[in-house]
Design a protein. Structure first.
Length: 328
């Protein structure tokens, strides 16, 4: 079979930043995220005996070198699970800026995990599918599901998986993405994490606090306390970025526009609008608010910032779009 799947990006409310086991992609702490409806990746995977090597195209451009090697390493996990050695053609289209801190790798590898496993004839249960996605990109485990999701830290491959969590309907969350810079970041998430783990004296405290904050966030989402949800999310993001400033050598993903957006949201909040920021490994800022206030928040952002903004609601789970029978 050739299978096309779609998965949506997710933005972590409690961040994942740093691995406990790089080979298995086990995180140093659990994390909690919100899947977004407006950003997604479509990926088609077709295994064929006619292929002598894996091929990978992104947004219609045939990739070479490290990009193909990374996809092939991921597909090796699928081949091992399916007990086969066929090569594959992989075609991905990102409906989200790539490598800019908007979670394109999460949607990309979640879509690839679903498409490749189905194309290989596997019918993975939910935990197994999230674990497979994790092997491509840790945060991809959270993009298998819609809404809010927790990725459990775990201690081994079996126990590190993601699952959806309950959200009080009264919260009615919304997230506004502010694109400060859509270009690929200079320090990849993977490289930034590794440097932080190896050199930042803040990292042990970060991992310990983030693990506790994950459980606090699960409880906060089940309740009806947006203020607590927002405070936990904003603090988690700023703590994560503090670890990079303490790395050796120090580095940051912030740009002037990032700081301007942070300051604007703090001003808006002081004036009575419930809004909180979160930032992944990139300069782009996401603003967490609720459906009741999202238009007012978006209006203020558009009025004071000269950056594109996108209003997002909670997004759906990964799904198969098409299955085709391909000739040998």
């Amino acid at each position: 079979m050739a299978v096309t799947a779609r998965a949506h990006t997710n933005i972590a409310l409690i961040k994942y930043w740093g691995k406990a086991d790089a080979a298995l992609m086990l995180p140093a702490n659990s994390s909690v995220s919100l899947t977004l409806d407006q950003f997604y990746t479509d990926t088609r995977v077709a295994f064929s005996p006619q292929l002598t090597a894996d091929t990978f195209s992104l947004d219609g451009v045939l990739q070479t070198g490290a990009a193909v090697a990374k996809v092939s390493r991921f597909l090796d996990h699928v081949r091992d699970m399916a007990d086969m050695d066929l090569r594959a053609q992989v075609q991905s289209v990102n409906h989200v800026p790539t490598a800019a801190g908007l979670a394109s790798s999460a949607s990309a590898y979640a879509a690839m995990a679903l498409a490749a496993s189905r194309a290989a004839g596997l019918q993975l249960d939910h935990p197994a599918l999230t674990r497979l996605a994790r092997r491509g990109s840790g945060s991809a485990s959270r993009s298998i599901d819609g809404g809010c999701v927790i990725w459990h830290r775990g201690i081994d491959d079996e126990s590190s998986f993601a699952e959806p969590i309950a959200v009080n309907p009264a919260l009615d969350l919304r997230m506004i993405a502010i694109v400060i810079n859509h270009h690929a970041k200079k320090v990849s998430s993977r490289a930034g994490m590794a440097e932080t783990v190896a050199t930042s004296p803040f990292f042990p405290a970060w991992a310990q606090t983030a693990e506790a904050n994950s459980q606090e966030m699960v409880a906060a989402l089940a309740g009806d306390d947006f203020k607590l949800v927002g405070e936990l999310a904003e603090r988690s993001a700023l703590m994560m970025h503090a670890t990079t400033l303490a790395a050796n050598p120090p580095f940051t993903y912030f740009q002037p526009g990032t700081l301007a957006a942070l300051q604007l949201v703090q001003t808006m909040r002081a004036q009575g609008l419930p809004a909180y920021t979160t930032i992944d490994a990139g300069p782009n800022v996401k603003v967490l608010t609720t459906a009741e206030y999202v238009d007012a928040v978006a209006d203020q952002l558009a009025r004071h910032l000269d950056n594109p903004i996108t209003i997002c609601a909670p997004g759906p789970a990964a799904r198969v779009l098409q299955e085709e029978t391909v000739d040998d």
